[in-house]
Write a protein that binds this ligand. Structure first.
Ligand code: P5A
Length: 426
């Protein structure tokens, strides 16, 4: 993509009302722009990141034997009367009336919609287990929308719903999602700690939040230092039940099994939340299957969320410096930023055009800064938007077919022949 043909409205000034780094950087890098409180438009650069994250989430959900569906944003109130949550949900639910005066709502989550689908189509234990997931915008009329996309009112969530014949099966589904989450966050460069949590408005008996550690996180978490030693494949229900880790909502000093001297505390960003709630929805919706002996059994359910739009902010919280964002390669909007230091120099522009064509040919995602602007401003913008690799070509280097390659993570810069630089990033 040539920057002269792109839309990258970067800001020099730090927006006054943005309190945390990720919010500031997303606005400054031209990724999103606020439409009204807690509601954002995603601009081309931001949308690319959102889509990359979505794709990683999707691949790991598919791998965990889940089927993608797409449920609507607007739901009828009746479904929520059936579950009994219509009144309970309170002011966070955006309630709407259609032209026939029928009560509708903008879905804050989709347990009701999916359980209704299940109840209408699945009748036998032979069809279990089943896991369905949905990547769709949700709306919660948060009291205090803040920190940009981290606590929005409209936000993108991945929500998965599992249906099993018995508790043993439901535990397997829960574990499968735990595993999928560890892999998902790892692929984004994040270490997320599962902590025991309150099940709140979703309800149920067992619930874990996935927290990534960040000083600007909204939650406080308390955990056993042994947690830090757990390897990825040791993050299982058994260990989670054995080792103490809890969110501030349920942490209880008096009953905490860990010596207060060693108990670790940190701030975290909740990027995922998983629940097991047994038959809370299957009974009112009549989601019953005939069991092996022919009797009607209400299915055991769980639901599993990931805050996809929140993750964009969370990843920036984890990866940035004073100059801007430092994207992990897996979610970077482009892999390479190509900087033409002097567009008026014909050798320089010819070399840049050549590199650009070769990168495109090799299938490397590249943003080519071909604007007629000072080098300082171009380097500053490139650092701000944080692409993993920067390739800069100036008149002096161009004369010798050389480029300067910078790694945005380490800051390391090296001079290379064009062919070597291409090899290095491809
Ligand atoms: C699980 C899937 C649920 O809604 N029902 C379906 C369950 N869980 S949850 O914890 O309430 O939300 C799941 C994840 O969504 C993100 N999230 C938000 N992101 C941005 N802005 C918000 N206002 C917001 N609220 C929730 C979080 O990452 C949460 O873990």
């Amino acid at each position: 993509m040539r920057l002269t043909q792109y839309f990258l409205p970067t800001l020099k000034e730090t927006p006054a009302d943005a309190q945390i780094a990720s919010h500031r950087l997303m606005l400054r890098a031209g990724m999103v722009t606020q439409v009204t409180s807690g509601i954002y438009s995603w601009l081309p650069l931001g949308l690319r990141v959102l889509q990359k994250i979505q794709q990683i989430v999707r691949e790991e959900q598919d791998r965990a034997q889940s089927l993608e569906v797409l449920m609507p944003t607007i739901q009828p109130a009746e479904l929520w009367h059936t579950s009994g949550r219509y009144e309970d949900y309170g002011k966070e639910m955006l309630r709407i009336k259609d032209r026939h005066d029928r009560e509708m709502l903008y879905g804050p989550t989709a347990e009701e919609v999916i359980t209704d689908i299940f109840a209408r189509f699945i009748k036998s234990y032979k069809d279990l287990p089943k896991r369905f997931y949905n990547i769709q915008w949700k709306f919660r009329d948060e009291i205090r929308p803040r920190f940009g996309v981290m606590r929005g009112r409209e936000f993108l969530m991945k929500d998965n719903y599992s249906f099993d014949l018995d508790m043993e099966g439901a535990k397997k589904s829960y574990q499968a999602m735990l595993d999928a989450y560890v892999k998902t966050f790892k692929r984004m460069g994040l270490t997320a700690i599962p902590v025991r949590a309150e099940s709140g408005a979703i309800g149920g008996a067992m619930s874990h939040e996935f927290q990534i550690l960040a000083e600007t996180g909204e939650s406080e978490i308390f955990y056993d230092p042994a947690y830090d030693e757990l390897k990825d494949d040791e993050i299982n229900l058994e260990n989670l039940q054995r080792l103490y880790a809890a969110s501030d909502e349920i942490h209880d000093e008096a009953n905490c099994p860990v010596d207060p001297k060693t108990l670790k505390t940190a701030r975290g960003i909740e990027v995922g939340h998983i629940f097991n709630f047994g038959t809370k929805y299957s009974i009112p919706f009549g989601a019953l299957v005939s069991g092996p002996d022919g009797d009607q059994i209400p299915v055991q359910m769980g639901s599993y969320g990931i805050g996809i739009s929140r993750l964009v902010g969370a990843i920036i919280e984890a990866f940035h410096d004073e100059s801007g964002i430092k994207w992990p390669e897996s979610v970077a909007p482009f892999k390479v930023g190509l900087i033409n230091i002097r567009v008026s120099d014909s050798a320089c522009t010819a070399l840049c055009d050549d590199i650009y064509a070769q990168l495109l040919n090799a299938g490397v995602e590249v943003l080519y800064d071909d604007r007629d602007k000072g080098a300082g401003a171009k380097f500053a913008d490139m650092d701000l938007i944080g692409l993993p690799w920067q390739m800069a070509v100036g008149p002096r280097g161009a004369a010798q077919g050389q480029v300067e390659l910078k790694n945005r993570h380490t800051g390391e810069k090296i001079e290379l022949q064009m062919a070597d630089a291409l090899k290095k990033v491809a």
